[in-house]
Ligand binder design. Structure first.
Ligand SMILES: N[C@@H](Cc1ccccc1)C(=O)O
Length: 501
């Protein structure tokens, strides 16, 4: 017969006493109540023990009863005052009684015969009687004492003193039933005891020490029922959206991309727009499309030489053969600060800083654009931006890379390219990816950076670039249909959201 460690221990302890109160058995085993009950039921199922349950009517002291036991029943407090003063008015009794206690007191004292009552000038006067002077302990006092001492007393015992309804009426006690449990060993159990039960230490974890010392041979391993329902356990973990972004970062690093990082979400217009050859009168630079910082309003421009080249590109195309945008470029405008509106700003910074050629770079950026919040729009979202630079890159390489992203990152089955326009790329494309559940989803923009941009930043090789919005994808991977959930505090979601990749 297979007995668990706890069952064995319980049986051994039971064998010492034959029949024992459940609570005492708990004490003897040193296990907790639940464990002992489980063991007893287990032993009972195997015919080794028997659980006897008997419910008993008891009387339990109430909060009021406990208070009376301490300060005395109201009639005793009143009598004490009467004994001191001989007679009192009802008002006088307020010294020793509460408002609720005052109301029934006249009736109580009269019933006991402890006081006589009369009216004098509209006032109730109570005067002590002989019986009141001599009064001693009554049954109700004895019952209260007993209850105060034991808290619960069998109903039968109380009823020997006083009808329980009397105690209930005075709110001293209430009735209850308790279940008395006793456990008894069966003959089969005794039989097994006689044969001897080997109580091996039961372990639930196999440790290196157990293996090294050879002790694993002596111990018994705890059996687990892996199908038993257990409480849900929520260990600390990454915020689900963070987990998603980290996954993308990993993918790109595995594909050989170098990450571009930034300590700040704030950018000068220079890097967000000017360095990307986006003219200063471009509508996307207005407040309707980008935010501005109120304070501080302006930041710093990079080295003069670079600024001069950007200015020349905007005004007349610099040395690219382009005519530029043909306006007077303002450094003040370029100095204005803003929350970054696209990740491409970091691509511009990287190109100006210098790059390996050939080289591949990416960044995951939180970006900000005014919008009306709803289930699919936020004013802040995340983009994966990046570029590949190399001597003989062509537009076809760009399409190939984008397709690869759509498949690798988004799990898209089909992609579609449409002509598009960006001030910093020529040609420009927009890519849509076909998602089995979402249908055609706009994935992002891409193109070959214009020479007006790359040359001003000091790069003399073709650069193919893209910017991909990844929040729609995150929504899908996290199984949510409201984009605001990406930043939700909803504990249930934070605990249970699952990233399906
Ligand atoms: N920055 C563009 C995307 C883009 C990046 C790079 C090249 C072309 C387009 C956007 O925010 O939509």
């Amino acid at each position: 017969m297979e007995l668990s460690y706890q069952e064995k221990l319980t049986l051994i302890k039971l064998g010492e006493t034959k029949r024992v109160k459940f609570e005492e058995l708990v004490e003897r085993t040193g296990l907790d109540q639940v464990a002992v009950m489980r063991s007893v039921l287990g032993l009972q199922a195997k015919g080794l023990a028997k659980l006897h349950e008997r419910s008993e009517k008891v009387v339990k002291i109430t909060e009021t009863g406990r208070r009376y036991a301490q300060i005395g029943l109201p009639e005793w407090r009143a009598l004490k005052l009467l004994r001191e003063r001989g007679k009192v008015t009802l008002d006088d009794l307020k010294e020793v009684l509460s408002e609720d206690e005052l109301k029934p007191i006249v009736g109580l004292l009269r019933r006991e015969g402890w006081a006589s009552v009369r009216k004098e000038e509209g006032k109730l006067i109570l005067e002590i009687t002989d019986k009141g002077r001599e009064a001693g302990e009554r049954v109700i006092d004895r019952a209260l004492k007993l209850l105060a001492e034991k808290e619960t007393v069998p109903l039968s015992e109380i009823e020997k003193l006083i009808p329980v309804k009397e105690l209930k009426r005075r709110k001293i006690a209430e009735e209850d039933t308790v279940t008395e449990r006793e456990v008894e060993i069966t003959p089969a159990g005794e039989e097994l005891m006689k044969k001897g039960i080997e109580l091996k230490r039961e372990v639930s974890v196999l440790t290196p020490e157990l293996i090294k010392s050879g002790k694993w041979k002596e111990v018994e391993f705890r059996k687990f029922d892996i199908k038993a329902p257990v409480r849900r356990f929520y260990p600390g973990k990454k915020q689900p959206y963070r987990a998603f972004l980290d996954k993308i970062r990993r993918r790109l690093i595995e594909m050989g991309f170098i990450e571009m990082v930034s300590e700040s979400m704030i950018e000068t217009q220079f890097w967000n727009f000017d360095a990307l050859f986006q003219p200063q009168n471009h509508p996307a630079r207005e407040w309707t499309d980008t935010y501005q910082l109120r304070y501080p309003k302006s930041g710093y421009l990079p080295v003069e030489e670079l600024v001069a080249r950007v200015k020349a590109a905007h005004e007349h195309g610099g040395d690219t053969g382009s005519r530029g945008w043909g306006y007077v470029w303002s450094p003040e405008r370029a100095m204005l600060l803003m929350p970054r509106a696209h990740g491409t700003a970091l691509s511009g910074r990287q190109l100006a800083k210098g790059v390996e050629i050939p080289g591949k770079y990416f960044t995951i950026q939180r970006v900000f654009r005014p919008d009306v919040l709803d289930r699919t729009h936020l004013i802040e979202f995340n983009q994966v931006d990046g570029f590949v630079v190399g001597e003989d890159l062509t537009f076809r390489h760009l399409l190939g890379i984008l397709k690869r992203f759509a498949v690798e990152i988004a799990g898209a089955k089909k992609v579609k390219f449409l002509p598009d326009y960006y001030p910093f790329t020529e040609p420009s494309v927009q890519m849509s990816a076909y998602h089995p559940e979402l249908g055609w989803v706009e994935f992002g923009g891409a193109g070959i950076f214009r020479e007006e941009m790359t040359k001003a930043l000091g790069i003399d090789a073709p650069v193919i670039a893209w910017g991909i919005g990844i929040d729609r994808l995150a929504m899908f991977k996290l199984g949510i249909d409201d984009i605001r959930y990406l930043f939700s505090y909803d504990l249930r979601w934070l605990r249970e959201a699952r990233l399906v990749w």
